[in-house]
Design a protein around this ligand. Structure first.
Ligand code: HEM
Length: 527
């Protein structure tokens, strides 16, 4: 008996050693400065800065190391923006989201077990835009790319641009009224995200469904909460989730539902709401009618056998989860940054005032466009790309990667590197203007990443940031409150690092980089 226990321990130890072997001894590791359980966006961004300081084109950091080393995950980070662009644009092997798929599997298995609405037509692989791009699944890849193309084509249609701008404009009066009321006319600091989030959700769902959610605020407010909780639970690597996703499906089927992670039953509500909205949309539209909303375009594709029923539903769900938090937090970032830099705010205000706040297109106010892009750079709330899982053995920057390994690009790292942006710790919108005063995008700045898996919503996001900022500037002056912990402005690395919360990834909204304080004063301009 003793002999068998000894043999078991020895084989476990050997297995652990084998698991922990360094697959990439040439790739430097940068370990977080805090224990992994306390690790959060601030510490990751700090490691990006270190990667750049050491001029490393590629490095790795541990995402997870638990169960005595039996569950260990490393992320490989590409630092060089030009190389990253080349890899994500050309490579056929970096198009997976392996780390996210099980989230959808769990939610769907639960729905099927509880016989939720339309569960009978669900299939675990019909997951819309996040489907894997890989040579081993040509049909799935084709559907993923079609979902992506449909979204991007609709957003980019020049004749529709004024429609998207009008959707932003339609949010302004309630947004202004709400901000004045809760901010007690500029005397009480407020977290604008609470209001920019429903505004951004209304725009994205109006874009997708042609339904104005400000007339259905119950749906709007619920979907906002689902979206934030959904995105947090997709991105976080908590142990309970990891245990669940690693249990084989046949075994999971025996686990009583009360032991499933709490977000799994909770997220069923988002599917139900989307199915309701789909019914609402289809009261005025049927296959064969002109398709102007994204949903109508996708349903037409489904009717022609180009995608499945749940690819359509799940793409709408994915827009809820990716299209509002990102835009709303970035917009709050613009307002906070303008509050920190009053001279720049004043300059922008004067430019806009001189043109009576008329700027229908980006070219009508290059300085505003530059302020938005300088905020994406200096205030990179979305501080890295999603993780991309490798779909087949491939070479990246001289290293051989195996299927299912993870890579990502350090958006915030490149943004703050002197090599790409002179005096990176200074907030200087002018760096995005050329000698004629026109807006010019830097090749080094990639807030949406580039290539086949880059953000398909970037056109809509830019429109929202530009027009929301313009409209809010007209009504408010943004100021830091007297106790703000992101004061004073110090334009050094230390001063920049001091803006950000050091909370772990488990803190609310810390799947993104968060300022220590999102509250500002919004002082009405009319007074
Ligand atoms: C300022 C706002 C936004 C920022 C900074 C942003 C940034 C990003 C980034 C960095 C990624 C990951 C790209 C990669 O890993 O290669 C991403 C993915 C994505 N974004 Fe955005 N995004 C924003 C707004 C939006 C909007 C408005 C939509 C929808 C209309 C959207 C839809 C998506 C989707 C569906 C994905 C996943 C794409 C895929 O996996 O293939 N995003 N976004």
């Amino acid at each position: 008996m003793l002999y068998e226990v000894g043999a078991l321990c020895a084989s476990l130890a050997l297995f652990r050693l084998w698991l922990n072997r360094d697959k990439h001894p040439n790739v430097p590791h940068i370990l977080p400065e805090v224990p992994l359980k306390d690790d959060g966006p601030y510490w990751i961004v700090k490691s990006y800065l270190e990667g750049h300081r050491r001029n490393l084109p590629l490095y790795s950091y541990p995402l997870l190391d638990t169960f005595f080393g039996f569950l260990k995950l490393n992320l490989h980070v590409i630092n060089d923006p030009i190389k990253s662009k080349e890899i994500f644009t050309k490579s056929e092997a970096v198009g997976g989201h392996m780390e996210m798929y099980p989230w959808w599997y769990l939610v769907q298995e639960y729905r099927q077990r509880t016989k939720g609405r339309k569960a009978e037509t669900m299939h675990r692989d019909h997951i819309g835009i996040v489907r894997e791009h890989s040579r081993s699944d040509p049909q799935g890849t084709k559907i993923a790319k079609l979902c992506r193309r449909r979204l991007m084509e609709l957003a980019a249609k020049k004749q529709f641009e004024s429609k998207w701008v009008a959707k932003v404009d339609s949010q302004i009066s309630w947004l202004v009224e709400s901000l004045k009321k809760v901010g007690e006319n500029g005397t009480k600091p407020i977290d604008t995200f609470t209001y920019t989030m429903p505004a951004a959700m209304t725009v994205v769902l109006d874009f997708a469904l042609d339904i104005d959610l400000s007339k259905h605020t119950d749906y709007r407010d619920r979907i906002c909460t689902y979206a934030t909780k959904g995105l947090e639970s997709v991105i976080r690597l908590d142990k309970y989730k990891l245990i669940f996703i690693n249990i084989p499906t046949w075994l999971r089927a025996w686990i009583p539902l009360k032991y499933w992670p709490s977000w799994v039953p909770y997220m069923q509500g988002l599917y139900d709401d989307i199915l309701d909205l789909q019914d609402m949309h289809n009261k005025n539209w049927s296959v064969g009618d002109e398709a102007t909303s994204l949903l109508a375009i996708l349903q037409t594709d489904h009717s022609q056998g180009k995608m499945y029923e749940w690819d359509v539903v799940i793409l709408i769900q994915q827009l809820c989860m990716t299209g509002a938090d990102t835009t709303a937090l970035s917009l709050s970032g613009v307002l906070i940054t303008l509050a920190r830099f009053p001279e720049i705010q004043e300059k922008l205000f004067k430019i806009l005032e001189a043109q009576d706040f008329r700027a229908d297109e980006f070219k009508d106010c290059p300085y505003l466009h530059a302020v938005v892009y300088e905020t994406y750079r200096y205030c990179p709330i979305i501080y890295r790309t999603l993780f991309h899982s490798i779909t087949e053995k491939t070479e990246i920057l001289g290293e051989t990667f195996e299927k299912d390994e993870l890579i990502s690009f350090s958006i915030a790292g490149a943004n703050m590197n002197e090599k790409y942006f002179k005096s990176p710790w200074k907030f200087q919108p002018e760096r995005h203007l050329n000698e004629n005063g026109d807006f010019q995008k830097s090749v080094y700045q990639q807030p949406f990443n580039t290539g086949k898996r880059s953000c398909p919503g970037q056109i809509l996001a830019d429109i929202e940031l530009f027009h929301f900022t313009k409209n809010l500037m007209k009504h408010f002056k943004f100021e830091l409150h007297k106790d703000s912990v992101i004061k004073p402005v110090v334009e050094t690395e230390e001063g920049w690092l001091n803006i950000w919360s050091r909370d772990s990834a488990n803190a609310p909204l810390h799947h993104f980089l968060q300022p220590k304080d999102r509250r500002i004063l919004l002082v009405p301009r009319e007074n």
